[in-house]
Structures are given as structure tokens and as C-alpha cells.
Write a protein that binds this ligand. Sequence first.
Ligand SMILES: NC(=O)c1ccc[n+]([C@@H]2O[C@H](COP(=O)([O-])OP(=O)(O)OC[C@H]3O[C@@H](n4cnc5c(N)ncnc54)[C@H](O)[C@@H]3O)[C@@H](O)[C@H]2O)c1
Length: 439
Amino acid sequence: MLRGNNIPKAEGKLGILLPGMGAVTTTFIAGVESVRKGLHTPVGSLTQLGTIRLGKRTEDKSPKINDFVSLAGLKDIVFGGWDIFEEDMYSAAKNSGVLKNEDLEPIKDFLSAIKPMKAVFDKNYIKNIEGSWVKEAESKYELGEALRQDIRDFKEKNDLDRIVIVWAASTEAYIKSGDVHASLDSFEKGLKESDPDIAPSMIYAWAALKEGVPFANGAPNLTTDIPALYELAEKEKVPISGKDFKTGQTFIKTIIAPGLKARLLGLHGWFSTNILGNRDGEVLDDPASFKTKEESKLSVLEYILQPDKHPELYKDFYHKVRINYYPPRGDDKEGWDSIDIFGWMGYPMQIKIDFLCRDSILAAPIVLDLALFMDLAKRAGMSGIQEWLSFYYKSPLTAPGLYPEHDLFIQQAKLKNTLRYMMEEEQITHLGIEYYENE
Ligand SMILES: NC(=O)c1ccc[n+]([C@@H]2O[C@H](COP(=O)([O-])OP(=O)(O)OC[C@H]3O[C@@H](n4cnc5c(N)ncnc54)[C@H](O)[C@@H]3O)[C@@H](O)[C@H]2O)c1
């Protein structure tokens, strides 16, 4: 890994390619363009608004993150992607119903000019939608080669220096890692034989890694989370990260649960339900896609609360997550949490959270940060799983044998300490004893 001034600067243009150009993608692109035009502030983006403390508290040194590390500037970003629907980003944004006309009209021409490339799609992995803007080829291997060609063409056409890919397509049906995913050899053989256990997202990821392009996975599908693609990422020296953007309910859960655990308050049960009416909700109405999402959402409490270490507090807590497709709400999700806790002498208490959130509004800055940080990681020569980006994910990828960190504030400390490490600055431990020692 390169550090400090040895990390090449983010010069030239960065392409951000997004498989899946629906609500999240259009909101992300529209937001970046609005910020470039000075119409909005990039609220929610650590790379744009965040600062990082360096040295002692008495030094009062907290530069902006994008002054501290070299990140691509917003003006240098070029957008593209793939979808199973042919509509351009203006029509797609209108259909997604996230942004108001008054926010779309000033950037209409820009959005209308961005059109998806034909997707790699497999009905077996996403049941509730069907599109016709889809590639056809003899085998999954050929589909992967076609995606590689798309990446190369996009780079050449736009005169780009670097590319990153962020998966923002629908959640695929739940599958487990199996024999075909066990090694790069078996995976590539599987591609040639069009093995049914190779999901479209894996074909995109394979194509990205073969092209040396970092791949971030915003959905809970396995995608790069298989030995074959870990192997390829290491072989090609490309960063990967995932899975599943941590936005609404899980974002709140990973703030509240560490607090309860820190104060050693017990938990009887945590019931989480969501109502949402966008296309994501429609896809998640299919039990196979919901299963993928459920796995991703359920695991966080177990890891944060560590019931094995605190059986008296957390042994048998009941955790339920529901997603209900409710069209009238569109992209405006409502996430309810009803939490039954107990305190001193076992006395019960309740916490109720009703988060009236906007999914894509929360996800868009995450897409931006991930794209810029993944590009930084690549320039710094970091390859394979980027655990320091766990901050952004519901199911962070970790090295085999390591449990993931879900606590949002541990994740934030990990991210910032990684940036300090990259730039050869001292780690901040928050010990602080030096301020009170007199000699
Ligand atoms: N919005 C959030 O807060 C949030 C949080 C975590 C994860 N996610 C995940 O992000 C993804 C995108 O969410 P969204 O709200 O934008 O959904 P969306 O349904 O609006 O957009 C997804 C798009 O992907 C397209 N698509 C499906 N399969 C494809 C394929 N194989 N190749 C290319 N395109 C394909 C669909 O046609 C659609 O346009 C979903 O998987 C969702 O679960 C979203």
C-alpha cells in the first residue's frame, strides 16, 4: 500500500458507472449535478462536508477530508451505467418520484443526455420486474466480455483516467456461496457453462475486476462476497466493498443498539417494520429478494449486542424485520421500530421510533462517498476487501474469520483512522491522559 505523498493525486476524469439506474442512481446523479451548478449543498456526504481531526485537541487542526486526502473533484466526474429499461436519467428520475420538478427542470438537459447501456439480466434472480433493454449472448462468459467492452468504450469515449462501479440495481434472489463460487477457476468455468448459480451482479463484478475497476455493492446480494471474486480482486489488485447501503432503519439501529449495549441495558425484543412503495419495495415484495434483504438487516443486532458475552441481557431477544410494499408512499418510506428493553432490577421500558425517511435521499451521498473513497483506495494500491468502508454498509464485507463491526461510531473511527494512516498521521485513540499529566 502507498502512503502520504506517494499516493497518486486524483488527476483527470473519474467515470462512475452504475448498474441499476433507478431511484438511488438518478437521485445521486441529479444531486451531484445540482451541487456542481451551485443549486444545492451536498448534505450527508462525508467526502464533501466532513472534517478530520489531526493531532491533539489543543492544536485545533481539523482540515476538510477532501483537503486532507486527494479525492476526485465533483467537476471531474462523468456518469454512466446499465439498466433493463431504456429510459434516460431525466425520465427515470421523473418515474422514480423522488425529486420535485423544480429540482429536475434546471438540469433536464444534463439528465436527458445520460442513457443506460443494455443490462445483463436474469429473470431467475429478480422476479417482480421485466425489461427489454437486455444483452443477449451465447454464455454468461460472453455477457461478461460484453460488459468489459462497455467499460472500455465508456472510458475511451469520455477520455477518462479512472473508473469505479457502484451497484445500485435491484436486490437479487437469495443464494448461498457454493462450489461454482469457491475459486476463480471454478467461477470462470461456470461463466462459460452459464452456471445458474452465477447471478448477474457477479458477472458485472467479474467484468469490473478484470478491467481493474473497483466495485462497491449497494445491495445485499452476494456479488463480490464469494471466494472466487476475492481471489480475482487480489490478483488484479482491485478494491471491493459491500454490501447493502446502510440508510434508513438499519442506520438508526446501529446508532441506538450500541448505546443500549454501552449502558448494559437489556433487550427483550426489537420489532422493525417498513412500509414503502417504490420499485425497490416492489422487488422486495418477492420472498426470494426479501430473504436476501432480511439476512442483511437481521444480523446487525447479534453482532452489536454479543449475546454470547452477555446472556443475562441479550440471550433470547426477539428480532423481527418486515418490509411491506405499500404503493401510496412511493419513495417516502416509513420505518417503525418498537423496542422492548429492561433496566435495573429487570424493570421493562419501551422505545418507539418512527423514521419518516426518504431512502434515495439517504443513499445518494453514500454512493458519492463510496465512489470517491474506492477510487482513492485504488490509487493507494489497496486491494480486496475495504473494511474501512463498513461505515456505509448494512452487511460489511470482512476478511474470512473476522466478524463485522456494525457500530456506526466504531465504523466512523475506523474510516477516519484509515485516512490518517494513509496520510502518515498519528492515530487518534481518544485516550487523552496527556492533557492531565503534569510532568
Ligand atoms: N435507497 C436505499 O436507501 C437503499 C439502501 C440500501 C440498499 N439499497 C439497494 O439499492 C438498490 C437500488 O435501489 P433503488 O431504490 O434505486 O431501486 P430501483 O428499483 O429504483 O432501481 C433499481 C434499478 O435496477 C434496475 N435493474 C435491475 N436488475 C438489473 C440488472 N441486472 N442490470 C442493470 N439494472 C438492473 C431496475 O430496472 C431499476 O431501474 C436496491 O437493490 C436496493 O435494495 C437501497
